[in-house]
Each structure stands twice: as structure tokens, then as C-alpha cells.
Design a protein around this ligand. Structure first.
Ligand code: HEC
Ligand code: HEC
Ligand code: HEC
Ligand code: HEC
Ligand code: HEC
Ligand code: HEC
Length: 661
């Protein structure tokens, strides 16, 4: 019924998609803050930086480079031809940096600490430089762009006039900060050098980042111009974009020379043809970001073609987005060995941030004088139509821009929820498996008629906890899984009697205790757990007086290696007085999972013993893991019945340790 004559369907569809993406991201970001990064990202301790750094931050900064490049072109070098694209470029830069900040706030584990670099400066850290540049440059960009927003208000005229006077200093400041920042982002990856594939690591990282940012900025301004012209059905300034991309070609050639030259000088060119997928990725990136665009922008056959300018700019932009992703993450896989694939939620967040900023951009374009000739106000509304049933005019727009936006946002939010749900379901996160304390039991020990070893029959479950006089055996619990292991504690202690103390197995005790249960520290069946409690130690060692007892090196950052060793107070037994040796490198005070602790103690000795023929069975799993101990009550009843039956048959009295049946 409604005829959308005069409406720009391109714009309507694009905006609907953007609102949709924003809705999905909004839900995901909310979930990220409620349920944490673990659920909403594929990040791990090995891969702590993912898509939000590789794309949102690194590419966001790069894509914003158009702001300073065009400001320099127009205000410093006086190329007035490009005056028309300065405002969109500065706006893009401002929004790009806003995107970086939003991306960071989502990505930081503790975002409420983001202000800290301002007051707790670490002057030696590239990250400090990055943080300061982001803050200062975003401010400068806001001031550069402010006149555009303020010029229509009468009261703001003095401010506008002042800012206009300050244009040149602001532009110069912006260029300095931008150069510092674009390159310091590269500097940061000098630190992570040992994590990167040699094709992406380079001591020239900072100049490479700066130069590529200039080309990227030029291409981005062109691409954005082409897209918005298409969107608003206006004629694109092809001559301007042609000029920008030809300049980009020069910068790209320099970049290409430096990149390949650097690899050559460092003897790394071999990696580009070693047939690995890194080599393929490298060439793909180089072709997209530099080689093909240079050809498109310079060959006589294509350089005056509009399509070449548009597609070339798109290639540069996507090529350098890939480069940033490679440096920021993908190339780290070569060293960490851990493949990282962004979670759907990470993708949704990144897309949503871009969509939100694009909407702001379009809003400014429509409402402010971003372009020298603003677009005609888009007609988002259908003309009032006559309703044949109700016989009256339906009032005004029945489904205008606002309603469409809200609908798209809601659909997006629903899809966002579904993404989160799907992710929760698909992520098989580790389920904690806390272990129970061992139980003392009385058991019979029968000769095994079918093979080596003995058959154990549990006669009674005595109390939990244990006293030495009454220690026939321990039933070691698997933490609720129902599979117990019988451990004849007394018999094992006796066998080791000549070697001395309980410390042979009880290698660590909590203070003032002996033979602390292994479950006290080895708390989870499979996961290693940290036994150190900072608060507990402060309390035990005298609160504020305690600090210096451990933090003996006041100049060093407070970490485990820099503090007093645990053993200085806790006295671990010497290596020859214990059967427990650490094979897993877990760091001071981190105790292995219970299974590893038990196997580390029991299996090591059993396998040694199994070398003797009579004890060959000791190394087999079934020596310790037996079937039939699934259920405690079940077990007692069954064992009682068995014992009674055996007595009745008088087939040799069973050896019942400590208790008669
Ligand atoms: C220092 C060496 C050593 C350690 C450590 C050790 N064992 Fe043993 N274990 C033995 C020896 C030797 C025997 C054989 C004794 C015999 O049959 O006379 C044995 C016997 C056993 C048996 C009886 C097998 C049968 O069928 O007769 C079980 C069950 C067992 N150990 C479980 C464990 C568990 C569980 C642990 C760890 C908590 C453990 N052992 C730690 C040396 C060790
Ligand atoms: C010397 C005794 C011993 C031997 C031999 C032994 N284990 Fe264990 N294992 C233990 C103890 C003790 C635990 C911890 C108690 C428990 O079962 O929960 C354990 C726990 C486990 C667990 C985790 C708990 C569970 O029940 O799921 C698995 C899995 C396991 N062992 C597999 C094996 C396999 C496979 C072998 C043979 C290669 C083997 N074990 C040999 C003593 C042993
Ligand atoms: C062969 C190794 C070994 C030796 C030697 C050993 N223990 Fe144990 N002990 C264990 C294991 C294994 C457990 C049960 C696992 C757990 O605590 O989670 C245990 C448990 C205990 C428990 C029960 C802890 C609780 O609260 O649940 C006590 C008490 C104990 N041992 C005392 C001693 C004493 C005292 C000595 C020295 C005379 C000694 N043990 C020597 C291996 C050993
Ligand atoms: C028993 C020794 C001990 C005592 C006492 C102690 N610390 Fe620590 N502290 C550590 C260890 C070990 C770490 C490393 C943290 C970790 O690995 O969990 C640490 C870490 C820290 C950190 C860095 C925490 C972080 O999250 O990065 C600070 C700050 C700190 N301690 C301050 C103090 C202060 C203040 C006191 C006195 C009130 C104190 N510590 C008392 C051992 C101790
Ligand atoms: C007070 C805490 C504590 C208690 C109690 C404790 N452990 Fe440990 N255990 C540790 C810590 C911490 C480590 C890590 C290595 C180290 O610091 O010595 C460890 C390491 C081990 C390892 C070496 C694992 C590996 O391969 O790296 C074994 C095996 C082990 N414990 C067995 C036991 C057994 C068996 C018991 C009980 C009889 C026990 N532990 C009781 C804290 C404890
Ligand atoms: C300056 C001496 C000192 C140092 C260093 C120290 N501790 Fe302790 N630790 C203590 C004292 C004292 C206690 C007693 C606390 C209590 O009574 O509860 C204790 C208690 C503990 C306990 C038992 C708490 C519990 O679970 O009941 C563990 C486990 C422990 N420390 C682990 C560590 C580890 C791991 C380190 C090294 C990272 C360490 N400690 C370093 C003095 C120290």
C-alpha cells in the first residue's frame, strides 16, 4: 500500500543493517560485562590479544590516519584541491579513535583502570606512549572537528572563531601526535618480537607502521568517499580520489621496498618461499596491500579509471587490515602453537562498533556541514495513504526512519542473544572437579585366584579422617565420579619404613601440621590449582608489617619470582628424602591436579617395582582402578554377603584386617 517514491532505498537498507549490527553488538557487550571475557571471547592465557586488539585497535588507528594526512596536505602543503575531503577525513579519524577507545574498554580485563597511565606513568613503556597519544590525539581531533558542529549555534560563535584561529597549531599538534602514535603502535610489537613469525617481526616495525598508515589513510578517505557517494546517489569526486590514490601509490612503493629490503637484509627472504601457509599469507597480504593497488593506481590503462581507484582503495584498506591482524595476532600462532579463531561474539562486537560509528558518521553528514554540499535530506517517509478499509487517511508516516531503526535494533539484539547462547552451548569450558578427602575403610585382602595381586573387599566404612592405629586402608575418592582407588596406607608406610619419614609422600604440609591431606592443595582432579593466598599470608604474618618479609627487593615489580621463595619459610624436604618430584613446570606454589599428584607418586614407584617379575602387575591400571567400587552402600552389602558366604563354606578364613565380619 505504501509507495516509497523518492525514498533512497540504498540508504534505508544500509542504515537498517547498521542498526541491526549495533543491536547484536549491544547485547554481546552487555553479556561481556556481566559474564566476563572468558565466555564472550576465544581468548586464552596463551592468546590474550585477539580480534579486538588486532582489528578494532590496530586497524582502527590505521584507518584513522586519513585525518592527519589530509590535514597536512591541505593546511601545511596548501593543496586546496583536497579541501573538500578534509572534514570527512577528520571526522573519520575522530570516530576511528573513538572506536579504538570503545574497543579497548570492551577488551581490557579491568577497564575501570583505564585512567591509570595518566597518573601512574611508566615512562619506559611503549604502551604508555600509545595511551597518551590516543588520549591527546582524540582530544585534538575533537577540537579540529568541533567548529563543524558548533558553527550553527549563535552562542558558540566566539568558540568557533577561537578554534578557527587555532586550526594551524591544532593541525601541527595532531600531525605530531599521530606520527608518534602510528609508529609507537609498531614499537609495541618490538616487545612481542619473540612471539612473532619472522616474516612479520621487524626491527623497522615503527617506520613500517607509520608509512603504511599514510597509504592506508589516503586509501580510506577515497574508499569512504566512494561509498558515501554511492549511498547518497551523488557524484563522487573522482579527480580528488584519483589524486589521493596516486599519492598512495608512491607511499606504497616505498613501503614495499622497505618491507622486502628489511627481510632481505635480515636474511629472512627464504621464509617467503618456504611453502608454509605463513608464506602464502605473506604474499596475499603484500599483493592486496601494495602490489596490485600500485599497479592499478599507476598503469596507464587503469589509473584514470574510476573502478580502479575504488577497487584499489578497497584492496589497500583490506590488505592493511590483514597486515595489522597478522602482526597483532595471526603471526603469533607460529610461536605459541595455539590457533586462535575469534568467537562469533568477538566478530559481532567488532562489526557493531564499526556499524555504530558509521551511523554517527551518516548522522553528522546529514545534519552538519561535513561535505561542502550536504546531501538532500533523505526522504525516509512514505506519503500518507488512503486506507480503503477504515476510509480515512492513515496519519503521516506509518513506518518512518525511527521505527525502522528500532525494529532493526531489536532484531539485532535477538540475534545477538542467540549468538551468545550458541556460544555458551558450544564452548566446552572446563568443569571443575573438586576432590573429596580420602576415607578410611576396613577391608579384607584376598589372594587373587585369577591372577596376580589381591582382591580387596571392603568390610566397613569407618569414620572419615584417620588415626594411625586404625589404618587398614584408604579409599581414595575420585571426587564424586564413583571410581575409588584402594590404598593400603599402613602397608605402604611399613614397606618404606627404613627410608624414614612421612615426608616421602607428604612432601608439603601446611604450617603446624603433619601429613596434610593431599587434597588440601591438589584440590581439583585435573586442573592445577594455586595454593598461595596473599590475604591469608598478610593475616598470618602481621598485616602491614608482613610485606617486607616477602617483598625483599623493593625495586622489583611484585611477582612470584621477585619475592622470597616459598621454601624459605615452608621447608620442602630435600630431593633424596621424598618420592615426589615436580615434573610439570607450574610455577612456585601451584599444585598439580589430583590425578597427576597421585600418578606422580604411585605410578612412578609402581612402574619401577613392576620391573621385577613377581610385581609385574603393579604398573597396570587395573591394579589400582578396579571395577566394583561404584557405590558405597551397595559395596558394603555386597561385601558382607560375600564374606558371610565364604565363612559358611569355610573355604579358608578370609584375612580381615582390624575387624571381624
Ligand atoms: C615406594 C613405592 C610405592 C608407592 C609410592 C606406592 N606403592 Fe603401591 N605398592 C608398592 C609395592 C611394592 C606393592 C606390592 C606389595 C605386595 O604385593 O606385597 C604395592 C601394592 C599396591 C597395591 C596392591 C596391589 C595388589 O593387588 O596387591 C595397591 C592397590 C597399591 N599399591 C596402590 C598404590 C597407590 C594408590 C599408591 C599411591 C597413593 C601407591 N600404591 C604408592 C609400592 C608403592
Ligand atoms: C598405583 C596406582 C594407580 C595406577 C597403576 C593407575 N592409577 Fe589412575 N589414579 C590413581 C589414583 C590414586 C587416582 C586418584 C583417585 C581417583 O581415582 O579418583 C587416579 C586417578 C585417575 C583418573 C582420574 C579419576 C577418574 O577416576 O576418572 C584417571 C582417568 C586415571 N587415574 C587413569 C589411569 C590410567 C589410564 C592408568 C593406567 C595407565 C592408571 N590410572 C593407573 C592411581 C593409579
Ligand atoms: C607412600 C606414600 C605415603 C607415606 C609414606 C605416608 N603417607 Fe599418609 N597418605 C598418603 C596418601 C596418598 C594419602 C591419601 C591421599 C590424600 O590425602 O588425599 C595419605 C593420607 C594420610 C592421612 C589422611 C589425611 C586426611 O586427613 O584425609 C594421614 C593422617 C596420613 N596420611 C598420615 C601419614 C603419616 C603420619 C605418615 C608417616 C608415618 C604417612 N602418612 C606416610 C601417602 C603416604
Ligand atoms: C608470604 C609472602 C608475601 C607477603 C607477606 C606479602 N606479599 Fe605481596 N606478593 C607475594 C607474592 C608471592 C606475590 C605474587 C602474586 C601472585 O603470584 O599471586 C605478591 C604480589 C603482590 C603485589 C602485586 C599484586 C598483583 O596483583 O599484581 C602487590 C602490590 C603486593 N604483593 C603487595 C603486598 C603488600 C602491600 C603486602 C603487605 C601488606 C604484601 N604484598 C605482603 C608475596 C607476599
Ligand atoms: C601444602 C600443599 C600441598 C600438599 C598438602 C601436597 N602437595 Fe603435592 N604439590 C604441592 C605443590 C605446591 C606442588 C608443586 C611443586 C612444588 O612446589 O614442590 C606439588 C607437586 C606435587 C607432585 C609433582 C607433580 C608434578 O609432576 O609436577 C606430586 C606427585 C605431588 N605433589 C604429590 C602429592 C601427594 C601424594 C600429596 C599427599 C600425600 C601431596 N602432594 C600433598 C603442594 C602440596
Ligand atoms: C615469610 C614466610 C612465608 C613465605 C615466604 C611463604 N609463606 Fe606460606 N605461610 C606462612 C605462614 C606463617 C603460614 C601460616 C598461615 C596460617 O597459620 O594460616 C603460611 C601458610 C601457607 C599455606 C597454608 C594455608 C592453608 O591453605 O591453610 C600455604 C598453602 C602456603 N602458605 C603456601 C605458600 C606459598 C605457595 C608460598 C610462596 C608463593 C608461600 N606460602 C610463601 C609463611 C610464609
Amino acid at each position: 500500500m505504501s509507495v516509497n517514491t523518492g525514498t533512497n532505498n540504498r540508504l534505508i537498507a544500509t542504515k537498517a543493517v547498521l542498526w541491526f549490527l549495533l543491536g547484536a553488538a549491544a547485547v554481546v557487550v552487555a553479556v561481556r560485562y556481566v559474564r566476563g571475557l572468558g565466555l564472550t571471547t576465544a581468548l586464552t592465557d596463551t592468546t590474550p590479544w585477539g580480534m579486538w586488539i588486532g582489528f578494532d585497535v590496530l586497524s582502527g588507528v590505521g584507518l584513522a590516519a586519513g585525518g592527519f594526512v589530509l590535514a597536512a596536505t591541505v593546511y601545511i602543503f596548501g593543496r586546496d584541491k583536497y579541501h573538500g575531503v578534509v572534514r570527512p577525513a577528520v571526522l573519520t579519524a575522530f570516530l576511528g579513535y573513538l572506536g579504538v577507545i570503545i574497543g579497548l574498554l570492551v577488551d581490557l580485563g579491568r577497564p575501570w583502570n583505564i585512567w591509570r597511565p595518566l597518573f601512574h606513568q611508566n615512562l619506559h613503556s611503549p604502551l604508555f606512549e600509545v595511551a597518551m597519544c590516543v588520549m591527546l590525539y582524540t582530544t585534538v581531533l575533537a577540537l579540529e572537528f568541533a567548529p563543524v558542529g558548533l558553527e550553527r549555534f549563535k552562542w558558540a560563535q566566539p568558540i568557533v572563531r577561537l578554534l578557527r584561529k587555532l586550526v594551524l597549531p591544532l593541525v601541527i599538534l595532531g600531525i605530531c601526535l599521530s606520527c608518534l602514535h602510528q609508529s609507537s603502535i609498531g614499537t609495541m610489537f618490538l616487545l612481542t618480537g619473540s612471539r612473532m613469525h619472522p616474516l612479520w617481526y621487524s626491527p623497522l616495525q615503527s617506520p613500517l607502521f607509520l608509512i603504511s598508515a599514510i597509504a592506508l589513510g589516503l586509501a580510506m578517505v577515497s574508499l569512504e568517499g566512494v561509498i558515501t557517494s554511492w549511498l547518497y546517489r551523488r557524484k563522487a569526486e573522482w579527480s580528488v580520489f584519483g589524486g589521493l590514490t596516486r599519492a598512495a601509490a608512491v607511499v606504497l612503493s616505498l613501503y614495499l621496498l622497505m618491507r622486502l629490503g628489511d627481510l632481505g637484509v635480515r636474511g629472512m627472504l627464504g621464509h617467503t618461499i618456504d611453502g608454509s601457509w605463513y608464506a602464502v599469507l605473506f604474499w596475499l597480504e603484500i599483493a592486496m596491500s601494495a602490489v596490485i593497488p600500485i599497479l592499478l593506481f599507476t598503469l596507464p590503462g587503469t589509473r584514470n579509471q574510476n573502478w580502479a581507484v575504488g577497487w584499489g582503495a578497497l584492496l589497500v584498506v583490506s590488505g592493511f587490515v590483514l597486515h595489522r591482524a597478522d602482526v597483532g595476532g595471526i603471526s603469533h600462532i607460529a610461536v605459541t602453537g595455539e590457533a586462535y579463531v575469534p568467537a562469533l561474539t568477538e566478530l559481532a562486537t567488532s562489526l557493531g562498533i564499526v556499524a555504530g560509528l558509521a551511523l554517527v558518521f551518516l548522522f553528522f553528514v546529514e545534519k552538519l556541514q561535513v561535505w561542502e554540499e550536504p546531501p538532500e535530506a533523505p526522504d525516509l517517509y512514505a506519503a500518507p495513504a488512503f486506507d480503503p478499509v477504515g476510509r480515512q487517511f492513515i496519519r503521516g508516516p506509518w513506518f518512518g526512519g525511527g521505527q525502522r531503526a528500532v525494529l532493526a535494533l531489536i532484531v539485532g539484539a535477538v540475534i545477538g542473544l542467540m549468538i551468545v547462547e550458541a556460544q555458551v552451548a558450544s564452548r566446552s569450558r572446563y568443569q571443575a572437579a573438586p576432590v573429596d578427602a580420602p576415607k578410611t575403610v576396613q577391608l579384607t585382602r584376598l589372594a587373587n585366584t585369577d591372577g596376580p595381586g589381591h582382591v580387596f573387599e571392603v568390610a566397613s566404612f569407618v569414620s572419615t579422617g584417620m588415626n594411625e592405629a586404625l589404618l587398614p586402608a584408604l579409599l581414595i575418592d575420585s571426587g564424586g565420579a564413583g571410581r575409588h582407588v584402594v590404598f593400603e596406607h599402613a602397608a605402604h608406610v611399613e614397606r618404606l619404613a627404613e627410608r624414614g619419614s612421612c615426608l616421602l609422600c607428604h612432601h608439603r604440609n601446611v604450617p603446624l601440621d603433619q601429613a596434610t591431606s593431599c587434597t588440601h592443595c591438589h584440590r581439583d582432579m585435573f586442573e592445577a590449582t594455586d595454593t598461595f593466598s596473599h590475604a591469608g599470608h598478610e593475616a598470618a604474618l602481621g598485616e602491614r608489617e608482613s610485606c617486607v618479609q616477602c617483598h625483599v627487593e623493593p625495586d622489583l615489580a611484585k611477582s612470584r619470582p621477585s619475592t622470597k621463595a616459598c621454601d624459605a619459610c615452608h621447608h620442602a624436604p630435600p630431593a633424596d628424602a621424598t618420592l615426589v618430584s615436580a615434573t610439570l613446570e607450574l610455577g612456585a606454589g601451584v599444585a598439580a591436579g589430583y590425578m597427576d599428584a597421585m600418578h606422580g607418586l604411585c605410578l612412578t614407584c609402581h612402574i619401577e617395582e613392576a620391573a621385577q617379575e613377581a610385581n609385574a602387575h603393579l604398573g597396570q591400571c587395573a591394579t589400582c582402578h578396579r571395577s566394583g567400587f561404584e557405590n558405597e552402600t551397595d559395596l558394603i552389602t555386597r561385601t558382607r554377603a560375600l564374606l558371610l558366604a565364604e565363612n559358611d563354606l569355610n573355604s579358608g578364613a578370609p584375612v580381615v584386617e582390624g575387624m571381624s565380619p
